[in-house]
Design a protein around this ligand. Structure first.
Ligand code: DGL
Length: 261
């Protein structure tokens, strides 16, 4: 149970977790949030599960030192690799993004789910396992789309380059006749408009940020008082983060700090 008036820690390898941050800020407008983007070590998706687990434990330790009462792993790769390790080592609630995404996919699909994610998440088969646990009859096709992370980090989400990359990545899933597409990396909703241009309107898109925010809302029991504060921490390139985050959140980023994990 979170401590009274404690803030919620949200972390990702870079800007992707802002998609989760935005939904949590909407769902819990009176809570203070601390966002940590490990921009010095992005991408996580190409790294081993052991390395991602080590990075995740370091990020969590930093946020715990700042007094958070709940941790949201706003990164599918880190959820797939490190959720059990984080839950075992922390004394506060830890929420990942895979289960909420899987539940939303099961609720929407007619039987064929495509998942695009990082190499690490696809290798873990985290979505296939989570979806099949709920409904073993659902067909799940997972495919890695690593360049989407760089395009989002670069601020290139709405360019023709992103559109061409999306066409190449999505072709096998469209050929497999999926009816639902899970954006299984928190960076990908930044490219949602471009992705939807390729998928058209017959494929339901699942963005686990929204469902994760409602999980978080249900898990929070304290009633905050005072003015909520939003703090942002990055491990490198704070000006790039400020630019992309301001564009994405449509407001200026105050309280941005460079930290070392
Ligand atoms: N945003 C992250 C995810 O949801 C990781 C992207 C990366 O660092 O490769 O998987």
């Amino acid at each position: 149970m979170p401590k009274s008036h404690s803030s919620i820690g949200i972390f990702d390898s870079g800007v992707g977790g802002l998609t989760v941050f935005r939904e949590i800020a909407r769902a819990l407008p009176h809570h203070s949030l601390i966002y940590l983007g490990d921009s010095a070590r992005v991408p996580y998706g190409t790294k081993s599960a052991e390395t991602v687990t080590r990075y995740s434990l370091q990020a969590a330790a930093h946020l715990i030192d700042r007094g958070i009462g709940m941790l949201v792993i706003a990164c599918n790769t880190a959820t797939a690799a490190a959720l059990p390790a984080l839950q075992a080592s922390l004394k506060i609630p830890v929420i990942g993004v895979v289960e909420p995404g899987a539940r939303a996919a099961v609720a929407r699909t007619r039987g064929r789910v495509g998942v695009i994610a990082t190499e690490g998440t696809v290798r873990s088969q985290a979505y296939t396992k989570a979806i099949r646990l709920i409904d073993p009859k659902i067909e799940v096709i997972e495919s890695a789309a690593p360049l989407f992370v760089s395009l989002a980090e670069e601020g290139w989400a709405n360019t023709h380059v992103a559109r061409e990359v999306a066409e190449i990545y999505l072709e096998p899933l469209l050929d497999a006749n999926i009816d639902t597409l899970v954006l299984g990396c928190t960076h990908y909703p930044i490219l949602r408009g471009t992705i939807e241009q390729v998928t058209g309107d017959k494929i339901a898109i699942v963005d686990s940020a929204e469902t994760t925010a409602s999980f978080v809302k249900d898990a929070v029991h304290d009633k905050p008082s005072g003015t909520p504060k939003h703090q942002f921490l990055v491990t490198d390139a704070e000006e790039r983060f400020r630019r992309i985050a301001s564009d994405f959140l449509e407001r200026e980023i105050e309280h941005l700090e460079l930290v070392t994990l």
